[in-house]
Design a protein around this ligand. Structure first.
Ligand code: NAD
Ligand code: UDP
Length: 316
């Protein structure tokens, strides 16, 4: 047995892939989740493994367990879900970080925070490097998530400096793949489900805003390399620098699904960032030449196959 690992938010999209990978590498995994946006379905295939434990728990309450490593992922990630109960989102980020850092301090575990490119807000520096402080509206509709994650980063750094807690921080850029929640309103899942159903594809604004999309397997590789790096606390960007407009993404999805869906234009939500692209120079340097292996078309094919299967099973 290598390590005993706690993954908060482990029944979510990214968490479920991380749990799977950690188990495959011979670790013991404790997956903690309150099932707000995740589900048992995401990890049901792991349940037969005696080294996997699933715990229903809310990270805003203290939790005690003896582990070697903690990956702190608990937090809704899509704007629709994190804005649903914005106060709870802030509590999850901030109180969740305090609880998990307190645990890490007590049991001397290494702890990795799943931070986000959203700490850069609507960035005025492009592409974004880790030394950029960001452009976040502290009272806007995205602030519960952005500021919650910024405060969590601050807590991590302060627990490290004041209490010597062994921290790691990664800033994750838009990630997609199988087991995304089809109802969470994120652009990749929305476009694929709409295309497969032959429904209109909803472009917010003029569709010229950009994002850089990372396939989930590349992220998990980066996360594990960061956790197991002995002398670098971060923060480090983990994302795919290939940048696309939402119109380009829609066209890719239409082509790959042979869909007859038409584009419709809806208002752009407030504070929606205009552009986003990670500078991954630091990740390459510190994470043993880590860089994304799966490009958009290939990653979309895997994701489309997943949603196709889900819809065939009668998922609405
Ligand atoms: P997700 O919504 O699928 O996963 C989040 C998980 O956390 C879910 O299983 C949810 O039920 C759980 N959760 C939420 N609140 C909780 C609470 N109070 N207590 C316990 N569990 C709770 O989203 P995801 O895309 O898998 O994101 C995972 C992490 O990665 C999040 O912290 C997110 O902020 C971060 N991240 C994701 C992306 C992305 O593009 N997917 C980008 C940047 C950062
Ligand atoms: N978006 C869109 N249509 C949708 C959902 C999202 O055009 O049906 C746009 C959204 O306005 C944003 C981009 O896609 O500019 C990415 O949105 P998402 O919610 O996936 O991620 P985030 O904005 O948090 O990066």
């Amino acid at each position: 047995m290598k390590n005993r690992v706690l993954v908060t938010g482990g029944a979510g999209f990214i968490g479920s892939h991380l749990c799977e990978r950690l188990l495959n590498e011979g670790n013991e995994v404790i997956c903690m989740d309150n099932y707000f946006t995740g589900s048992k379905e995401n990890v049901v295939h792991l349940m037969d493994n005696p080294f996997f434990e699933l715990i229903r728990h809310d990270v805003t309450h203290p939790y005690f367990v003896e582990v070697d490593q903690i990956y702190n992922l608990a937090c809704p990630a899509s704007p629709v879900h994190y804005q649903y109960n914005s106060i709870k989102t802030i509590k999850t980020s901030v109180m969740g970080a305090i609880n998990m850092l307190g645990l890490a301090k007590r049991i001397k575990a290494r702890i990795l925070q799943a931070s986000t490119s959203e700490v850069y807000g609507d960035p005025l520096v492009h592409p974004q490097t880790e030394d950029y402080w960001g452009n976040v509206n502290p009272i806007g509709i995205r602030s519960c998530y952005d500021e919650g994650k910024r405060c969590a980063e601050s807590l991590f750094v302060n627990y490290h400096q004041q209490n010597n807690v062994d921290i790691r921080i990664i800033r994750i850029f838009n990630t997609y793949g199988p087991r995304m929640n089809p109802n969470d309103g994120r652009v990749v899942s929305n476009f694929i489900v709409q295309a497969l159903k032959g429904e209109d594809i909803t472009i917010f604004g003029d569709g010229k805003q950009t994002r850089s999309f990372q396939f989930v397997d590349d992220l998990v590789e980066g996360m594990i390399r960061m956790m197991n790096n002995d002398d670098f606390t971060g923060p480090v960007n983990v994302g795919n620098p290939n940048e696309f407009t939402m119109l380009e993404l829609a066209q890719n999805v239409i082509d790959l699904t042979n869909s007859k869906s038409k584009l419709v234009y809806l208002p752009l939500p407030a504070d929606d960032p205009l552009q986003r692209q990670p500078d991954i120079t630091l990740a390459k340097e510190k994470l043993n030449n880590w860089q994304p292996q799966v490009q958009l078309k290939e990653g979309l094919k895997h994701t489309i196959a997943y949603f196709d299967e889900l819809l065939k099973k009668g998922y609405e």
